[in-house]
Design a protein around this ligand. Structure first.
Ligand SMILES: [Zn+2]
Length: 277
């Protein structure tokens, strides 16, 4: 949800479509610097959460950050920006900052992963006074984006060595685009078991619910409204009814807007709730 006009506005917007959790960017997602946070903004954000009984919040890090960069200046800037993201979220009382692990660009995937692990060690050391911590998001594997294989996420968690301060956010569209099927109950269970045997499902602190415009295993990241894309209803039915994820907040990252007077977020939430039971 947009924070235009104040952080509390994102909470109001979530409540208006019957959301019970809210994800925000704590600053412009295409800028390195954000305006300093004011105490009164944090207080008002918390008050709005309380007023609307929204218990789960999540911050999404800027898309500019690349913790795998092989360019020293960009890497240093990315590490600083990630520390800033965590500090901002912490002040707002947001427990997690989800981020895309990084892109190896002109180096190798192995070098990229090693760089991400080193970056995360630095970031965690610089934020050990905070309760907020980062969540690795699995990716579609577009271009040189890392984190599309569950093994890559588990490598990072093992290498950083602080599993209690480094969680995972699973994106359904990215999972599908990366080639993990959830098309029927057997495939769904196989995919969940692959998560369990790699990074472990206890590491999952948030889920992004998105259908995919692009086909299975396409390695392309294009979100679609729930049930209207290449994934269809079934994967979401399995997830919505899986008691292992009953207490894990799930966030939409589908297109905003209205069609025939119907809010698209409301439509997607209604759709998901209709799949329960
Ligand atoms: Zn996502």
């Amino acid at each position: 949800m947009s924070i235009a006009g104040g952080y509390w506005k994102a909470v109001e917007a979530a409540a208006a479509v019957d959301g019970d959790c809210v994800q925000v960017f704590t600053k412009n997602n295409n800028r390195w610097q954000g305006k300093p946070l004011l105490d009164e903004e944090c207080v008002r954000f918390q008050a709005a959460l309380e007023e609307h009984a929204i218990q789960h919040t999540l911050s999404h890090a800027s898309y500019l950050i690349n913790l795998a960069s092989n360019k020293p200046d960009l890497l240093a800037k990315s590490i600083d920006a990630m520390v800033d993201e965590l500090q901002r979220a912490d002040r707002l009382g947001i427990p997690y900052v989800v981020f895309h692990p990084g892109s190896h660009t002109t180096s190798t995937p192995e070098e990229g992963l090693a760089t991400i692990a080193d970056s995360l060690k630095t970031i965690l050391a610089r934020t050990d006074d905070l309760t907020t911590y980062p969540l690795l998001e699995n990716t579609a594997g577009q271009g040189s984006n890392l984190g599309f294989e569950f093994e890559q996420l588990s490598f990072l968690i093992d290498e950083v060595g602080q599993a209690e301060r480094l969680g995972v956010c699973i994106d359904t569209c990215h999972t599908f685009a990366a080639g993990y099927s959830m098309a029927n109950s057997q495939d769904y269970e196989t995919t969940i078991q692959q998560m369990e045997t790699t990074f472990g499902i206890a590491q999952i602190k948030a889920i992004h619910l998105n259908d995919s415009k692009r086909p299975f295993a396409s390695r392309k990241d294009r979100h679609e409204h729930i049930g209207q894309g290449e994934m269809g209803d079934e994967p979401f039915r399995f997830l919505m009814n899986d008691t292992r994820f009953a207490s894990i907040p799930m966030y939409l990252e589908t297109e905003k807007g209205e069609i025939d007077g119907i809010d698209m977020d409301q439509m997607n939430l209604d759709k998901l709730r209709s799949l329960v039971g």
